[in-house]
Write a protein of this length. Structure first.
Lengths: 197, 197
DNA sequence: TAATTTGACATACGGCGCGTATGTCTGATA
DNA sequence: TATCAGACATACGCGCCGTATGTCAAATTA
């Protein structure tokens, strides 16, 4: 039987996003050819421009998907922590680990900001940023964390985690530096506590 | 009188770097045309490829220049601070303020990492990173800061400062959020102290 | 100083990739 | 069943990068 119209369209969108995710991660955004990646998905550039407008639009869709995945994961990890403070630390560690994925680094952390602009302006709000900010707000309300600007705190924490991840990924043996990074992150974060550990 | 050979060459290099800096900051790396920016400098693409190899080489030269300027500035500011701890905070604040410059953001913080890779792999070592790391090492030696990995601490601090700058720049009224960012940064950094403030 | 060489830069060429305009064919609608 | 709409394919033009080749002034040597 013939498929519904919207059905195949959604399939094609998914195929294009998947191919783009692979191509962008593999060759980088600039070097990825639209002809190649659409062919990889069994389609042509016509489908691409019809669905996403232009190359940037495709990147935006890919970033949105990855960002949403990361947000969901961060949310889960935060929810399973013992208390809110540990949730914050766990989210940070999770973010560092997620950022170790080469796909995440290349697409979300490097090409994404360069092509689409600052992550906080993205529709998805920058995944981890959102989760971190909410956690910080809870901690401030409970008097555990100093009354700093939650947005500022979240941005700084995520920024620290992100750079930690880039550092680890660029290092010779990631296994040994990962714990150092997480320890340093914990130290840093503890600066927000009302009373020191 | 006829100019020396090396002299004019150095002049041309400077003119190209200056034009590139302007073009990259204005249009972004990808959208900047080599023909246009070389014409702006009164030269052609021939000079460019002879001096810098390719477009990436030109960006690297521009980044190196800006990075060196930033390092020198950070060094100066750190040196004029009362003590080492205040030097660290001052360097962080200085980094945030420098990163508010649109040219720095676009070229050093966005396109630079996307095109050239992680800043810590750059020949210039990532300006502020170097200065921050040295300051952290001094503070650890004096027992003021906990014995964390200096490299990790420097990366986290610089990452936090960088993201603070991106946040401020994207905000509606930078003037009001700048102090919030600096306050949050001080809190964060104090997490590294042996005894809390 | 005159001839020769070097090399910094200009010019010319080929190819690729993006974006748009136009065409086509299938699934929806009446 | 006939018409329409829209998702996707095809065709075209333009701009830009990188390289190969040419040129001319400055440096070198005798």
């Amino acid at each position: 039987m013939a498929k519904r119209r919207a059905e195949t369209m959604e399939e094609n969108r998914s195929k294009l996003i998947a191919a783009a995710r692979k191509a962008f991660a593999d060759k980088g955004y600039a070097a990825a050819s639209m002809d190649d990646l659409t062919a990889e998905a069994g389609l042509t550039r016509g489908a691409l421009y019809h669905n996403f407008g232009d190359k940037r639009g495709l990147l935006a869709a890919v970033v949105h998907q990855m960002d949403s995945d990361m947000a969901a994961r961060a949310q889960m990890i935060g929810a399973t922590a013992g208390n809110d403070w540990q949730a914050l630390l766990a989210e940070g560690a999770a973010y560092i680990e997620m950022a170790l994925d080469p796909e995440v680094q290349r697409i979300v952390l490097l090409d994404g900001p360069a092509v689409l602009g600052d992550p906080s302006q993205w529709p998805s709000q920058g995944s981890c940023l959102q989760a971190t900010r909410q956690t910080v707000e809870r901690l401030i309300a409970k008097g555990i964390v100093r009354p700093v600007d939650p947005e500022a705190a979240a941005r700084l924490l995520c920024g620290a985690a992100l750079n930690a991840a880039l550092w680890i990924a660029a290092s010779d043996n990631p296994k040994t530096v990962l714990p150092k990074a997480i320890e340093a992150f914990s130290c840093l974060a503890s600066g927000f506590l009302v009373k020191a550990v």
